[in-house]
Design a protein. Structure first.
Length: 558
């Protein structure tokens, strides 16, 4: 056993407040079209022991690239081209691979955005926890297992003595994200890089993970870089914030000072982005809804997942379906689209029952109901050019060919605010996340639908890009009299786009009504939980919430 393990498995290598990490003039290049282009432009960064630094900005700002550079690492297609990265006296920009390997996982750890993708599905969680401390000689296998169970308890994971012997798919998303935080802490590192650890989580699960991260950083006096695009989230976590844009440092300062008095216009835009709120449109009296879910129950195999679900989507209106992961939102969409036949109940389209299986539905019914998916990266074929992506529904549903089809593709690109000449012959891999989602919207519009099912279409996007997508959807609804069923876990998105709200929990509708009523008390207890879990631009919000909800959160294992 090493000296480190005997002295506390990674106790701090210096006094609290000493400078642990310093970057000077950091420059990073990315390779595109056989050329190296600079993507981070001479950034300086200082981090002290026990301090949490928030890196924020929209997609492409360089946040994650800088976070990885703190480990002396550049992802595939990138390289550190200039500057210095001093970690506790070692310049990682010039250090050997052997030196960096010794530090990574031991004194510098990384927590990825997707815990599900980061864990090996074939190995038990405790085996993956123990790998780093055993490999680095910090702890024996026996002591590593004991340390894991202790840390699981500190992170308020259920059954800490046994949960580690499960496989990744046998725990919830919030639990898995906490397990990844535990794994990063296995060697008691001096620095952890958190790369968007809560972006894809629903609001209540996000609270679990934020509380766990904040608690563990405090307990072990660990320095952290917290990468996110959500200023309300980073306000709860960070002592200091750096705002990035296009690889440049825009603004830096103490969290409270920056929230109260941002100096730069771009920082002010990040602060204001949550203010978008569509004026609620009332449901026409006596009108037949374009889409109606009638007493639907459904199961995956023998496991029931939906129970007597009913709600309407009125014509030319937006109904937001909200709830935690596993509440049944996306499963309901699968039933509506005919991908999962219900065990009971049915779907009506303009007052007429639809066949349960999409393969039995007429092509015109398929055309009039389209879907936009959460992850544009996986929804678009990377080998197809944009003209083919948008052109296929034009041919399949409308029979357009030749010049007529070409003209319509260009019209649709202009409609989603992308210059046709610049984008029509690009591949999806040549687009940003927001541009890809706009292409998915254009593909749905190409079929000339009446109703569009939007499944978490902004959850993978940064806030400024997401706001642009929401504004586009609102404008298109007005122009084409579209109806939207908008699946989301983000209450800020609900305020921005919805006319009516359906709240789901454990496969059931627990509350439904006009948006104005749903955001006014009294609420169903579960709706109140969702509403109160939306982070605020107040650094004290999370601590205050945890104190107010102490007993309730302990019951949930937080």
């Amino acid at each position: 056993m090493s000296d480190r393990s005997q002295s506390g498995a990674g106790e701090s290598h210096g006094a609290q407040g000493d400078i642990l990490l310093r970057m000077k003039g950091l420059r990073i290049e990315g390779r595109a079209d056989e050329q190296w282009l600079e993507i981070v432009h001479g950034v300086d960064l200082t981090l002290r022991r026990g301090e949490v630094l928030g890196l924020i900005g929209e997609s492409g700002a360089g946040k994650s690239t800088i976070g990885l550079a703190a480990m002396g690492y550049a992802r595939d297609g990138c390289r550190i081209s200039g500057g210095e990265i001093w970690f506790d006296g070692v310049d990682l920009a010039k250090a050997s691979d052997a030196t960096k390997r010794k530090l990574r996982g031991s004194r510098i750890a990384y927590v990825a955005q997707s815990a599900a993708a980061a864990f090996n599905p074939a190995h038990r969680l405790i085996d993956q926890y123990c790998e780093a401390p055993v490999l680095h000689g910090v702890l024996s296998r026996h002591d590593a297992e004991a340390a894991a169970k202790d840390l699981y308890a500190r992170l308020h994971l259920p059954q800490p003595e046994t949960i580690g012997f499960r496989y990744p798919h046998q725990v919830s998303g919030g639990q898995l994200q906490r397990m990844m935080t535990a794994m990063a802490m296995s060697c008691r590192p001096d620095l952890i890089v958190f790369d968007e650890p809560t972006t894809a989580l629903d609001v209540t699960t996000q609270i679990e993970v934020m509380a766990a991260i904040k608690d563990i950083v405090r307990q072990f006096n660990t320095a952290a870089i917290y990468v996110t695009h959500d200023l309300a989230v980073v306000a709860q976590m960070a002592d200091r914030i750096m705002v990035m844009r296009y690889g440049d440092l825009v603004e830096e300062g103490e969290t409270r000072a920056m929230l109260d008095h941002p100096k730069q216009e771009y920082t002010g835009q990040l602060l204001a982005v949550r203010e978008l709120a569509k004026e609620e449109a009332k449901r026409p009296e006596g009108a037949t809804p374009v889409l109606a879910v009638r007493n639907v129950s459904a199961a995956y195999g023998k496991v029931p997942v939906l129970f007597d679900v009913s709600f309407d989507v009125p014509k030319k209106r937006t109904v937001a379906v909200v709830g935690e992961s596993g509440s049944g939102k996306s499963t309901t969409a699968r039933v509506i689209t005919g991908l999962l036949p219900p065990s009971e109940g049915h779907i009506e389209f303009n007052g007429e029952p639809l066949p349960a299986d999409y393969r039995q539905r007429p092509k015109d019914h398929l055309r009039r109901m389209q879907m936009i998916y959460q992850m544009p990266d996986t929804a678009l074929n990377p080998k197809q050019r944009i003209r083919d992506v948008i052109g296929r529904p034009l041919s399949f549903y409308l029979g357009l060919q030749g010049k007529q089809k070409e003209a319509r593709i260009r019209d649709l690109l202009a409609l989603i605010e992308l210059e046709p000449d610049d984008y029509i012959d690009r591949l999806a891999t040549e687009l940003s996340g927001g541009q890809k989602q706009r292409i998915c919207i254009a593909r749905a519009l190409a079929a000339e639908p009446e109703v569009i099912l939007c499944d978490e279409v902004t959850s993978a996007l940064d806030q400024l890009v997401a706001e642009g997508i929401l504004r586009l959807l609102i404008r298109l609804q007005d122009e084409f009299d579209l109806s939207y069923m908008f699946i989301t876990h983000d209450l800020a998105t609900v305020k921005a786009i919805a006319d009516e709200v359906v709240v789901m929990q454990n496969g059931r509708v627990v509350e439904a009504g006009p948006k104005g009523e749903m955001f006014q008390p009294p609420h169903h207890d579960y709706t109140d939980l969702l509403l109160s879990s939306v982070p605020e631009m107040d650094p004290d919000w999370l601590d205050r919430l945890l104190a107010e909800r102490g007993e309730q959160l302990r019951d949930r294992g937080i």
